[in-house]
Structures are given as C-alpha cells and as structure tokens.
Design a protein around this ligand. Structure first.
Ligand code: IFM
Length: 438
C-alpha cells in the first residue's frame, strides 16, 4: 500500500517506556501505586525503570528516524508535567519539549496523546475518574500542555482507549486503580469522555494548527453458533466494546443495549454533557488487536468461548485481520459523522529472543502484512484511513503482564537496555524505502 499522504508510524506510551518515575519532580501515578501492590502485576514488575527512555530519549529518537517512519505516536505523563497544586513542572515539560524538537528536526511527525492511563495518584485519592472534577482537571492539564508545547505536535489525542481506563480500571479491576464495579466503570467512562470534550476547545485555541482527536480500542465480536440469541450476544459484545465510546462521540448518546447487559449502571449525566462529548474532532484513532468468539449466556448477556485451532499471539489473542476490515467498514456505515481514521495501534506480542544478534519474528511480519492488507481493503471499500502506527516501537511494560509480553519491533534487553531491531523492524524499513523509491 504505497498511497501518497498516508502516514506510517510507530507508537509508545509514557508509563510503558519512560522509567525515571522519581526524577525531576514527577508525582506518583495510579500505575506506580497499582504496580507496587503485591499480586496486581505479573512478576511484580513496575514501570520504575521500564526502557529508561527518560534518559535514553536521544538515541531512541535516532532509532525512530532510522526506521524511516513518517510519524511517532507518544504520550505525555500528566504526573511529570503538573504538580499536586496544578502548577507547571518545568523539568517535565522541558523533557517533552526537547523530545518533540528532536523528532521534528529529524523530520518525524508527532502524534501526542495526553492521557495514556497514568493519572496522578493525588487525583485518584479524590475519586479519580469517579469524581466529575477530574474531567475539569484534565482540561486544565490539556491547557497547560498545549500552551507550553504549542506548534510542536502534529496532532493531539485527548485519551487513549477510554474503554480500558473505565472498564479495566474501574469495572473489573485488572488495571489501575483496581476498582471492580460496573456502575463505577460507566461513571468513570462518562467523566473520561467529558474530559475529552472539555479539552477540545482548549486545544483548538492554544494550538489551532494541530489536529485534534481521540483514540479508541475496538474489538470484533462474532459467534460460532447460528442462533438469534448467539448473534445477539455477538452484537452485544461490540456494543460493550465499541459503541459505548463511539455512540457517545458520534451520536451523542450511550447505547441503550449497554444497560441491558448491565442493568442499573447508567451514569449520572448532566444537561449539556453529551453535546460536549460529541463535539466534532479532526480524526479518530483506532486500536485493533483481535476478535472474540462469544455465545449467549442464556440470559441477557454474552460469554466468551475461545475458538480451537486458530492462530494466537503470546497474549493468547486470536490473529484475525478480517475483523479490522469488518469494523472499519461497519463504523463508516454506522456513523455518518465519522472523521478520518488513523490506525493508532496494531501489533502483536511474541516471546522474542536475540540469537546471534538477530530477532526472527516472522509471525509479527505476517501479522503486520495481513492487517495492513485489511486496512487497504477497507480503504478500497470507501473508509477514509489516513495512517497506520505499529504497536510498538520497542518492547515495553505491558501493564498487568509486566515485561514478559513483547510487543516491540525493536527488542529491549532490560538488563543492559540494549535495543536490537527485530526482523519486523527491518521489513518495515525496507517497505518504507521501497515506497519512497516509487
Ligand atoms: O500496550 C497496550 C497499549 O498501552 C494500549 N493498547 C493495547 C496495547 C497492547 O495491550
């Protein structure tokens, strides 16, 4: 796929790569607290050192540029740039200024996410995303960052994967802050999306030339049983995973079916909130990884029933590129207000090892090729996709799975911090060079 104007990139997030959690005035985040709590993260891993990107950023920018990508997607750590009283932390802001400057100097576009899950712990101590005030604090943070970094970002994304923040963080407790109640999840989701909507005019007024959007994770739900109840279950899976966020953004309402699944969990919505949440955006980021097979639970919900004999990744996730194509085409049909799309994350984890200086990750090369082909097919079917970012630039802290799961196209030896481009990185570079030669 060598379309001109299409943006190819790699992606990371602050807590997953930066380390240096105690440096230069950074305040604690919910992930510092969660990962230090015994039993929450595999092997007790924390983001304290991660890929030490905070100290190695110059080399990492050179690495990104050497891949030949057009763009780099990164996130800003809220706890690094703002103190507990809402004042700027110069040292933290300067880190991002230098980072964005160097990327620009190397000709790499900057897709900057404001919130990729590292909420300051002091805000969680006041309820976190259950507290409506956090949405307003998020707008203050967006104001600070977009004033300070105005002109340095190609695009701003307000939130990364609000579904994960709300559902995994507040609904089932697998992520920070580790709360588990569906009512909490729907209220947290509402405040996350409210924060997104409140931040949009702030970003526009501080940095009018940058594009503004949000990043949503989406999942394909299908069923292997041909009954009305099972088909309904598959549809409900997609309501819960996709429409919860996308209906709010592009229809200004939460899907009624969501509350069929979890009766009595409707969030408190104040007059005017949904108009704020559904303010127009310049782009939608889509993160896609896998499909889930479901069946009816015999009542009003669905149960996941893993398919046998399908290809899976180190995460146990099914490799199913068709799901990405189906979802993109389906979103275009469902949402007339859909803006241009960037695939802001797609990739896979594998148990990669360096052997004689090489990391042979053939499964990842095939995975990426097949998913890019699925995007191409969706574009041919009329979906406006503008770019594709591989998750991830390098192996990093995979949240509750710690360092065991390796998503990078660059291998990281955590003992030495040695970066070794895998065969997939080399294949990506060769592809990008061939495109440049066309
Ligand atoms: O590592 C995460 C990322 O932070 C958000 N999207 C999914 C990735 C893989 O699980």
């Amino acid at each position: 796929m060598a379309r001109s104007g299409f943006t190819w990139g790699v992606a990371t997030a602050s807590y997953q790569i930066e380390g240096a959690t105690h440096r230069d005035g950074r305040v604690p985040s919910i992930w510092d607290t969660f990962s230090a709590t015994p039993g929450k993260v595999l092997n007790g891993d924390t983001g304290e050192v991660a890929c030490d990107h905070y100290h190695r950023w110059e080399g990492d920018v050179d690495l990104i540029a050497s891949l030949g990508v057009d763009a780099y997607r990164l996130s800003i750590a809220w706890p690094r740039v703002m103190d507990e009283r809402g004042r700027a932390n110069r040292a933290g802001l300067d880190f991002y200024k230098r980072l964005l400057d160097r990327l620009e100097a190397k000709g790499v576009q900057r897709f900057v996410t404001l919130y990729h899950w590292d909420l300051p712990q002091h805000l969680q101590d006041r309820g976190g995303w259950l507290n409506r005030d956090t949405a307003y604090r998020f707008a203050d943070y967006a104001d600070l960052v977009s004033r300070e970094l105005a002109g340095q970002a190609t695009a701003w994304a307000t939130l990364n994967e609000p579904w994960c923040s709300a559902h995994l963080g507040y609904g089932d407790g697998r992520h920070a802050p580790g709360l588990a109640d569906h009512r909490f999840a729907s209220q947290a989701m509402h405040h996350l999306l409210l924060g997104h909507g409140l931040a949009l005019p702030v970003l526009e007024s501080n940095d009018p030339r940058a594009r503004r959007g949000i990043v949503a994770n989406v999942g394909r739900g299908t069923t292997d049983r041909d009954t009305a109840a099972d088909r309904d279950a598959a549809q409900l899976y997609e309501v819960q995973h996709n429409a919860w966020v996308l209906d709010a953004l592009f229809k200004g309402a939460y899907p009624a079916d969501l509350f069929r699944l979890w009766p009595g969990t409707e969030p408190l919505v104040l007059p005017g909130d949904m108009a704020i949440i559904s303010r127009p955006i310049d782009f939608l980021g889509i993160n896609y990884y896998f499909r889930t097979n479901v069946r009816s639970d015999g009542a009003h919900g669905f149960v996941e029933v893993p398919l046998e004999g399908v290809e899976r990744t180190q995460m146990g996730w099914e490799v199913y590129p068709q799901g990405l194509q189906d979802l993109l085409v389906g979103f275009k049909a469902a949402y007339p207000a859909l803006p241009p799309i960037y695939i802001t994350e797609n990739g896979m984890a594998s148990d990669d090892k360096v052997v004689n200086g090489t990391v042979d990750d053939a499964q990842r090369i095939a995975f990426l090729n097949r998913h890019v082909a699925a995007v191409d097919a969706a574009m041919k079917a009329g979906v406006d996709v503008r770019g594709y970012f591989v998750w991830s630039l390098m192996d990093n802290y995979e949240w509750a799975y710690g360092y065991e799961r390796r998503f990078g196209i660059v291998h990281v030896d955590y003992a030495t911090q040695q970066r070794t481009p895998k065969q997939s990185a080399k294949a990506l570079t060769a592809f990008l060079r061939s495109r440049a030669a066309v």
